[in-house]
Design a protein around this ligand. Structure first.
Ligand SMILES: Cc1cc2nc3c(=O)[nH]c(=O)nc-3n(C[C@H](O)[C@H](O)[C@H](O)COP(=O)(O)OP(=O)(O)OC[C@H]3O[C@@H](n4cnc5c(N)ncnc54)[C@H](O)[C@@H]3O)c2cc1C
Length: 444
């Protein structure tokens, strides 16, 4: 057993990391799908979209060959509509709400239609929004992720001059650095950031980290308002013996390295255990398998009924050949000469429901041991508690607290996205950015 890189041929890497949702082959295929839509008067698809995209309207526009109009309908509600069409868990959002499900028929392929329309807008650089003349107000945004970019676009449309401070060297946030490589590529993310900022009035300053290169007080004194959209970043520790052995990695760093696009450089084990059953765990497991790991096992302390990922995500992992062990919780990583060799797990059973209503796992007192050479931790992310405490921002265990108007306890400082909700989806962060922008406009 060994952890090594370069396990596959270039063509195998290319095939394993190819786009998981290929686009329509031509306009005719898109038109046929668009014409299946029943244009429901109560549009359950629209209601289940956190950004309230008018789905029947944009589909009707595609059906009538008004592609620019359809792109405008999508992007005016969700400026990251192109990215969302690739990464949204649509099976639990718009497509999950489609009435065709009630008839036991395939739901309308809303994401693919959205991708078709927004893809054309980006490809041809259609400028669908006009920025109003500058009104002489300046807003600073921390973080060029979905929340920050969405907030910036709405503000810029209204003639505000926006400066985004981003600690990485590229924009897009977890779209660029987190989400699975077979859903979005770094090149796509870069084009999407460029498309959003092409409206003008948005200046992104890269390699600028709040708390290191500048302070919140500086932004408050130099700008008319501040929006915090710095997400959650740190992987949660397991706090078990052996966590520091060579071969134990956290899923966020593992996935971050994958986004470099040089798949052959990424080291992966022969036998990999992934701890957790959220979207991050699934992404880490499937990508470990696609990098050439011989055996990948997902370990989750509850049952399938309580898993945080969707059925669709679980099926991707199963189709990739990942194994799943339910009701198991790691208690120790064992090593040989400093390298991971085994993972010891408690066998769990479900007890009484906790505050969230889910039944809590409790140890059965029995254990089992797996032979592994790599352990990927995907047991959730931790907010930047130290950072928010240092600026006396009200927070709950590091999650920034805001009122109904996206406002923090500090005057003129607003916040939204993962840094407030603790980690949801891209589409939620986009809506949070819109809400933040509306609140800032009212404040100014
Ligand atoms: C592994 C993984 C897979 C995921 N897969 C999906 C998926 O398939 N579909 C989906 O919809 N969602 C997915 N998500 C969730 C989604 O990526 C997030 O909900 C979304 O990106 C949150 O947007 P945000 O703008 O709030 O934060 P982020 O995307 O985290 O953006 C925050 C930005 O702030 C910057 N920043 C952080 N600290 C500072 C600082 N101190 N100073 C300056 N800048 C700073 C960061 O570099 C980053 O660019 C996934 C998340 C992870 C971790």
């Amino acid at each position: 057993m060994s952890v090594k890189n370069n396990r596959l041929s270039p063509s195998e890497y290319a095939q394993n990391f190819a786009d998981i949702h290929p686009p329509f082959e031509n306009a005719e295929a898109a038109a046929i799908e668009a014409n299946r839509c029943l244009y429901c008067y109560d549009a359950p698809c629209m209601k289940s979209c956190p950004t309230s995209i008018d789905v029947p309207k944009f589909i009707r526009q595609i059906a009538s060959e008004n592609l620019k109009g359809s792109a405008h309908t999508i992007l005016s509600a969700n400026i990251m509509g192109a990215g969302c069409s690739k990464v949204c868990p649509v099976e639990k959002l718009c497509e999950g709400a489609c009435v065709y499900n009630l008839m036991h028929e395939e739901p309308i392929n809303i994401a693919k239609l959205q991708r078709y329309s927004t893809g054309k807008a980006m490809e041809h650089n259609w400028q669908l929004f006009e920025r109003k003349p500058s009104i002489g107000k300046r807003v600073a945004i921390v973080g060029a992720g979905p929340a920050g970019l969405s907030c910036a676009h709405v503000l810029s449309r209204e003639g505000i001059d926006v400066t985004i401070f981003e600690k990485e060297s590229k924009g897009g946030g977890l779209m660029t650095y987190g989400i699975a490589a077979y859903k979005v590529t770094p090149e796509f993310c870069e084009s999407e950031v460029n498309y959003i900022t092409s409206i003008g009035g948005i200046d992104i300053r890269y390699n600028q980290e709040l708390g290191k290169n500048f302070s919140l007080q500086t932004l408050q004194s130099e700008y008319d308002a501040v929006y915090l959209g710095f997400g959650v970043g740190l992987a949660r520790k397991l706090d078990i013996p052996g966590e520091d052995l060579d071969g134990v990695v956290d899923a966020i760093s593992f996935i971050y390295d994958l986004r470099s696009n040089d798949f052959s450089a990424i080291r992966v084990g022969d036998r990999v255990a992934v701890i957790g059953m959220g979207m991050t765990a699934i992404d880490a497991a499937t990508q470990a398998k696609r990098l050439g790991a011989k055996e990948v096992t997902l370990i989750y302390r509850r049952t399938q009924d309580e898993m945080p990922c969707t059925e669709h995500e679980l099926n991707i992992a199963k189709l990739d050949g990942c194994k799943i062990i339910w009701l198991a919780s790691p208690i120790e990583v064992l090593g040989l000469e400093g390298m991971v060799s085994h993972l010891v797990c408690d066998i769990m059973q479900l007890g009484a429901p906790d505050a969230s209503g889910r039944r809590s796992p409790v140890s059965s007192g029995q254990t089992f041991t797996l032979e592994v050479d790599m352990v990927i931790k995907a047991a959730g992310q931790m907010p930047y508690e130290h950072l928010v405490d240092s600026y006396q921002l009200y927070n709950h265990k590091g999650k920034v607290e805001v009122n109904d108007h996206s406002s923090t306890n500090l005057k003129g400082v607003f916040a939204g996205g993962d840094c407030v909700n603790g980690g949801k989806e891209v589409v939620d962060a986009v809506q949070a950015g819109k809400d933040g922008a509306a609140a800032i406009l009212a404040y100014l």
